[in-house]
Ligand binder design. Structure first.
Ligand code: CAA
Length: 258
């Protein structure tokens, strides 16, 4: 691949968007490679994915403005669908995904981070949806996910006025879980991924599905979704061994994803 680096260390994989000279902007080729890289993840062995950007300056500075500049209405819609399909694939990936936001997360970059389960940021991270200043709406889910993550009034300000949000404010808004000096960001993401990877994969995946599916429906339907997923964990070796370890006052076992 030209624009995606992918490395697996034990049960954690790090996917790096690597188009540094354009601040990792997403053109069709990058999106195609990202899609293929997500499809190629070995879900039997990877228990948590980290997505980051190459270099110290930018996570992803948006969709590629040069490529979009001459699109027709139909091509614009298709480009939006291409990005949305990949981001939805990330959002619904069975394993948790952490965005390690190492700089600019603008437009499609902010949108990519929001399709991840958890966002951690470096101190120089900047979030924004500047699209209306380019004559378009956000096209990779920004109008939908931003207002579901941060207060709706602030989301609308970011969308209408293009107001950018630095890391410290993103933390206050709940857009990110934590902020680190640049050099500490990836180690912190790997540490969190490690904690996730040590828990029972069936239970972690069911928790992700319960939250994501539950957020789309009424509380009663959400509770029903949880009951099914809760039930689905029983009779697994990990559930039996995890509970037996507690009852025997032993350390939690190495979970097997079985
Ligand atoms: N698309 C294409 N190229 C981009 C880009 C983008 N989104 N963002 C940066 N680049 C390119 C620049 O054109 C420049 O290329 P050259 O060296 O060939 O001129 C290179 O990356 C470095 O950028 P700058 O010189 O501009 O760097 P800077 O430090 O002065 O500014 C920045 C950094 C504030 C992030 C600025 O690059 C910028 O504003 N980028 C655009 C951000 C943006 O508007 N993103 C939203 C895009 S629209 C979108 O994403 C739609 C959607 O929802 C699907």
């Amino acid at each position: 691949m030209n624009y995606i680096q992918y490395e697996q260390k034990d049960a954690i994989a790090v996917l790096t968007i690597s188009r540094e000279k354009a601040l990792n902007a997403l053109n069709s080729e990058v999106l195609g490679e990202l899609d293929a890289a997500i499809d190629a993840i070995d879900l039997d062995t990877v228990r948590c994915l980290i997505i980051t950007g190459a270099g110290q300056k930018s996570f992803v500075a948006g969709a590629d403005i040069g490529e979009m500049s001459t699109l027709t209405k139909e091509e614009g819609e298709a480009f939006g669908k291409k990005g949305n399909d990949v981001f939805r694939k990330i959002e619904t990936l069975p394993i948790p995904v952490i965005a390690a936001v190492n700089g600019f997360a603008l437009g499609g970059g902010c949108e990519l981070s929001m399709s991840c389960d958890i966002r951690l940021a470096s101190e120089n991270a900047v979030f924004g949806q500047p699209e209306t200043g380019l004559g378009i709406t956000p096209g990779f889910g920004g109008t939908q996910r931003l207002a579901r993550i941060i207060p709706v009034g602030k989301a609308k300000e970011m969308l209408y006025a293009g107001t950018k949000v630095k890391a410290a404010e993103a933390l206050t808004l709940g857009l990110v879980n934590a902020v680190y000096p640049s050099e500490e960001l990836l180690p912190a993401a790997e540490k969190l991924a490690g904690k996730i990877a040590r828990n029972a994969p069936i239970a972690v995946r069911a928790s992700k599905k319960a939250v994501n599916d539950g957020l789309q429906v009424s509380i009663d339907e959400g509770i029903a979704i949880e009951e099914k997923l809760f039930g689905s964990c029983f009779e697994s070796a990990d559930q039996r061994n995890g509970m037996a370890a507690f009852l025997n006052k032993e350390k939690a076992p190495a979970f097997q994803n079985k």
